[in-house]
Design a protein around this ligand. Structure first.
Ligand SMILES: *Cc1c(COP(=O)(O)O)cnc(C)c1O
Length: 571
């Protein structure tokens, strides 16, 4: 009996994502997009949705991060062994790239929910003997290499993925593209459902775009222009040959010289969404003429709640993990118990920080956390804009924990890490600051549950949603964030957390002005509201922790998100 027999009994949603983060031992993710994909799959398993996921094996991961004492990032391949977690399936398919047949196989990982649901995840792999040495490396590095490497990966994911699902016997009723990386799947579907020329008598009408559209759902994830994948028409022609005639391709996804994967997905999907309401609005301006909806992201509650809060919630709200709405009555939990659960998570984090960095942090000091991809728009060093003021406000009263990787080719992102390191040195005598290496899902959980305040300072409107703040809220950690992405929907000032900078409706001025205004507001609130509340009104602080749990975790979870995808996108 095949390993897959259990899954072939009913038609499935096929969820395609270039990266998926399920657990830290499977390093096939780089950041928010992949972790969201993992949370999506876990909620699908909990809710027993008929879903199967497809991604690349990324044998060498994104990378392991080391950092020199000067703050220079060094990248090492992530070594992991797929057979420790997955079963190699016997089926194989081929895709044609640059005229060569490239073989693709799949590893099966099964996500099992504690309530019994199971979702199969297929990890595509080209490291097979019959492939050329170069083609064997296509599924090595997540987001590695040049444009040629990237287009080969996307051909394997999109075209290889659809073929693999068929070869395994899956019947698919919807294809969900999590970001444009997998949009080549639409071309495979166009070929599959093409009409015969005798039927339509016109070359152009053989491509049944309506049929394909009715089968596809697309989620766009970034308002950053460079985040939308583009390939030159020359490169596409070189790799795909006449898979789809160039004029048809240009019509479906062409800009002047490039194929734009986002346009391709937009034109061939029946349902399209951004990942927060603000992001929907921004996407509509970026892509006028398309009907773009909003499904605000969520996080998988069970995955992103610390052990101490899990125990607490289990006691008061049995079944909360599969019904996070139960957290709405968090006020039932006495302040004392909330604080104990928080201090347990905080001690874990602070001890880890002290063991790994020797920073000598303290369990009782107000602790601020900031961890995300080190890339320019996230402004990881905004906190240091006025060093003297920061010293006056926070000296002796605040300690700060950082983490985050920069993409290997993102020099400005790497420079941000270097600058943070130099501030750490400069402030050594007044503020304890640590930078944890190799940010991953495990460190993320430690951080989002172990700090007191979760800081976020993106340059508006470039944060599509953001999810780490939702994880923080599951642990009663208070968000202090620029009003962008999900936080516009989550904040009630001084009640669920604090905002930084102007109201969402105000336009963003030039970057210099935005940096100045945002950092001033940050310093003011830290000095006048956050530090006094933490040290002088512990009950007031704990009430805000309850609001974060009861009003944010209650809503910003991936169970709610998946129900929205089902009712709006899949059905
Ligand atoms: C949740 C998570 C992210 C995403 O955080 P954002 O605040 O949305 O940028 C990135 N990396 C890891 C490891 C995460 O767990």
């Amino acid at each position: 009996m095949s390993l897959l027999t259990d899954f072939l009994d009913e038609p499935k949603i096929a969820y395609f994502s270039m990266e998926i983060g399920l657990r830290k031992e499977i390093p096939t993710y780089s950041g928010g997009l992949g972790v969201l994909a993992g949370d999506t799959i876990k909620s699908a398993a909990d809710l027993k949705l008929p879903l199967t996921a497809v991604t690349l094996l990324s044998r060498k991961g994104f990378f392991e991060q080391d950092i020199t004492p000067e703050g220079r990032q060094i990248e090492h391949p992530s070594e992991w062994n797929p057979s420790d977690f997955m079963e190699l399936l016997p089926e194989k398919v081929t895709v044609e790239i640059e005229g060569r047949a490239v073989s693709v196989r799949a590893w099966l990982y099964i996500v099992e929910s504690i309530v019994g649901g199971r979702v199969p995840v297929l990890f595509l792999d080209t490291d097979m003997e019959e492939n050329s040495p170069e083609d064997r490396t296509i599924t090595d590095y997540l987001y590695g290499g040049d444009r040629l490497y990237r287009i080969k990966q996307e051909i394997v994911l999109g075209i290889g993925g659809v073929r693999m699902l068929s070869a395994l016997g899956f019947e698919i009723k919807k294809y969900h593209m999590n970001e444009g990386h997998s949009a080549f799947l639409t071309l495979e579907l166009l070929r599959r459902y093409r009409r015969s020329i005798e039927e339509v008598w016109d070359e152009k009408l053989i491509w049944d775009t309506e049929k394909v559209r009715s089968m596809c759902v697309f989620t766009t994830h970034t308002p950053v222009e460079a985040g939308h994948d583009r390939f030159s028409h020359d490169l596409v022609a070189r790799c795909l040959g006449d898979f789809i005639p160039l004029d048809v391709l240009k019509e479906l996804g062409g800009e002047e010289d490039n194929l734009n994967m986002t346009l391709l997905a937009l034109n061939l999907s029946d349902y399209v969404n951004g990942v927060a309401k603000k992001h929907r609005d921004v996407s509509r301006v970026m892509f006028p003429g398309y009907e773009i909806h909003a499904i605000t992201n969520g996080v998988h509650s069970f995955t992103w709640t610390s052990d101490s809060f899990k125990r607490l919630f289990d006691g008061y709200f049995p079944g909360w993990a599969n019904e996070p709405e139960l957290l709405v009555r968090v006020e039932k939990i006495p302040h004392e118990e909330i604080w104990q659960a928080h201090m347990e998570a905080k001690r874990h984090l602070i001890d880890y920080v002290n063991d790994t960095t020797g920073t000598g942090m303290n369990h009782d000091t107000l602790t601020i956390g900031f961890a995300r991809r080190a890339t320019a728009y996230k402004r990881g060093d905004l906190l240091f804009r006025d060093i003297e003021r920061l010293k006056r406000i926070a000296g002796g009263k605040v300690q700060i924990i950082y983490a985050g990787k920069a993409h290997p080719q993102d020099e400005p992102g790497k420079k941000t890490i270097e600058r943070i390191f130099s501030y750490i040195g400069e402030l050594r005598d007044s503020i304890k600051i640590a930078y944890l290496k190799n940010y991953n899902m495990e460190i993320a959980l430690k951080m989002v549950s172990g700090v007191d305040v979760w800081l976020n300072t993106p340059l508006r409107p470039l944060e599509a949603s953001g999810t780490s703040g939702m994880k923080a809220a599951h642990n009663g950690v208070l968000n202090f964030s620029v009003l962008d992405g999900w936080w516009i929907e989550g904040y009630i000032e001084g009640y669920t957390g604090w905002s930084i900078g102007p109201a969402p409706s105000e336009l963003t001025p030039d970057e210099e002005t935005a940096d100045r205004r945002d950092s001033e507001d940050l310093y003011n609130k830290l000095e006048q509201e956050i530090i006094p509340l933490f040290y002088n009104d512990r009950d007031g602080w704990i009430r805000m922790m309850q609001h974060a749990i009861g009003k944010i975790a209650y809503y910003f979870n991936s169970h709610r998100m998946m129900r929205r995808y089902v009712t709006e996108g899949y059905l």
